[in-house]
Design a protein around this ligand. Structure first.
Ligand SMILES: [Zn+2]
Length: 396
C-alpha cells in the first residue's frame, strides 16, 4: 500500500473517480478569473479532507505548505474563494456527486446483496449574529428580539449499503418547510441518479406525511418512515393490536435481542392514497437491561421485504444522523460558514459532501484492498498532515 498523501488522493480523485474535468470546469461563473477554477475547487475539497474549515485557514494552507505537494497552482486569498463560491453553479456540483455515486455502484463499492437506501433528514447550521442573508432564519429570545440567525436545510445520503455517502442538500427559507425541501431533494436525487439506483427511502416521523410519501410513490421508491404520534389514528390502531399479541419473531442484533411485530393490513389515514399500510414494531433489549421500542411504517410488500430486512432498513436511518450530520458537523466543519452568501453556503456544503465521498471511497475501498486494515478518518487526516512539507522546503 502506498503511503496516503494529498497527491495520492488528488490522483485517485482525478483518475479513479474521474473528477478531473469537474475540477477544471466546476460551474465557474466568474467573468475574469485570475486564479484557475481547478485550484480553488481542489482547495475546497482537500481543505475539507484536511479539516481546514475556514477560508482564512485555507488561504494560510495554500501559502504555508508546499503547493506542489498540495496540487495547488498558486496562493489565493479568502476573498477569491468567496467570489468563486458566490458565482459557482451548484447544479454542476450536484451532477458530479451523482455521477460519482453511479460510478461507485458500477465499481461494486456497495454491499452487493443490500438494498440501497436514500435517507433524508433536516438540520440547521451556520449560526451567525451578522446581517441576514435570504436563507437566514431568525432566532428570537423570550422577548421576541432576534439574537442570532441560523440556516436550515435537508440532506440526502446513501445508506444501508455498507458505506454512508451523503451527497446533496436543499436549503429552505423562512416560510418554507423541511418536508417541502425534502420532497424537492428526493425528486432531484432520483432524476440525477436514475430510477434504478436506489431501492428505498428512509425517513423520520416528520416526513411521514401523505405529500412526502406520494412524492416517493411518484419516483417509484418504497418508503420506510418512523411512525410517531403525528399520525394518531394509525399509532392508536397499531398499539391496540400489537400490545395484545405476542411478537411475530425474535431476532438477534449484535449483542441485543429484539422482539418484532409486523402486519401489512393497517388502514391508511384519510389523505394517504395507499391501499393498506404495513407496520413493524421492534422492542430491542440491550445487555444492560435497557429497552428501546419503535414503530415504522412502509408500503413494501411482505413478499419483497422480510421482517428481518424491514428491521435492518429501519435501522439504516441512523446512518444519516451518525455518519451524515454528526461527521459533517463535528469533523468537517459543516457548522461553520466560510462565506455568508446564500449561494456560497450551498456550494460549500456541496463541496464538503463531495470531499467526504472522496475521502470515504479512498479510505474504505481503495486503501483498504486485500489484507490492509482500515484507517480511521482521523488517522488518514493526521497521516496527510505529517506528509506535508512547508512551502520553504520546496527548493525545486
Ligand atoms: Zn444567512
Amino acid at each position: 500500500m502506498s503511503t496516503p498523501t494529498v497527491a495520492a488522493i488528488w490522483h485517485y480523485a482525478c483518475f479513479v473517480l474521474a473528477l478531473r474535468p469537474f475540477l477544471n470546469q466546476p460551474g465557474d461563473g466568474r467573468l475574469h478569473p485570475r486564479i484557475p477554477a481547478a485550484c480553488l475547487s481542489w482547495a475546497l475539497l482537500i481543505g475539507t479532507i484536511l479539516r481546514v474549515s475556514s477560508a482564512n485557514r485555507l488561504e494560510w494552507l495554500a501559502r504555508s505548505a508546499d503547493r506542489k505537494q498540495l496540487d495547488l497552482d498558486r496562493p489565493f486569498g479568502d476573498d477569491a474563494l468567496a467570489y468563486f463560491t458566490e458565482r459557482l453553479d451548484a447544479t454542476v456540483v450536484r451532477h458530479r456527486a451523482a455521477t460519482t455515486l453511479k460510478l461507485a455502484k458500477c465499481n461494486k463499492v456497495f454491499d452487493e446483496t443490500a438494498f440501497i437506501g436514500l435517507a433524508i433528514d433536516g438540520t440547521a447550521a451556520g449560526r451567525t449574529t451578522k446581517d441576514a442573508c435570504p436563507l437566514c432564519h431568525p432566532i428570537k429570545d423570550s422577548a421576541g428580539h432576534v439574537v442570532a440567525r441560523l440556516h436550515y436545510f435537508t440532506l440526502i445520503s446513501v445508506v444501508g449499503a455498507g458505506m454512508t455517502l451523503p451527497f446533496d442538500v436543499e436549503p429552505y427559507k423562512p416560510g418554507d418547510s423541511e418536508y417541502s425541501a425534502g420532497k424537492r431533494l428526493l425528486k432531484r436525487a432520483v432524476s440525477l441518479l436514475g430510477p434504478r439506483f436506489a431501492n428505498y427511502v428512509v425517513v423520520d416521523g416528520k416526513f411521514a406525511t401523505a405529500p412526502f410519501l406520494h412524492t416517493a410513490d411518484a419516483v417509484n421508491l418504497p418508503t420506510i418512515a418512523r411512525l410517531k404520534d403525528n399520525l394518531p389514528e394509525l399509532a392508536a390502531a397499531v398499539e391496540a393490536r400489537f400490545s395484545q399479541q405476542p411478537p411475530k419473531e425474535i431476532l438477534q442484533h449484535g449483542a441485543d435481542w429484539v422482539e418484532v411485530w409486523d402486519a401489512a393490513d393497517f388502514d391508511p389515514w384519510s389523505t394517504l392514497e395507499w391501499p393498506t399500510v404495513r407496520v413493524l414494531r421492534y422492542r430491542q433489549h440491550k445487555p444492560n437491561g435497557s429497552v428501546v421500542q419503535a414503530d415504522w411504517l412502509t408500503n413494501f410488500p411482505t413478499a419483497r421485504l422480510s421482517t428481518r430486512s424491514f428491521f435492518k432498513l429501519a435501522k439504516s436511518r441512523w446512518e444519516i444522523e451518525n455518519q451524515g450530520f454528526n461527521d459533517a458537523k463535528n469533523l468537517y466543519g459543516m457548522e461553520h460558514i466560510q462565506h455568508h452568501h446564500p449561494n456560497s453556503l450551498v456550494v460549500n456544503w456541496l463541496f464538503l459532501l463531495l470531499a467526504l465521498m472522496i475521502e470515504r471511497l479512498y479510505r474504505l475501498r481503495y486503501l483498504h484492498r486485500g489484507v490492509h486494515s482500515t484507517l480511521t478518518s482521523l488517522q488518514l487526516k493526521d497521516t496527510l498532515w505529517l506528509n506535508l512539507r512547508p512551502a520553504h522546503a520546496n527548493t525545486s
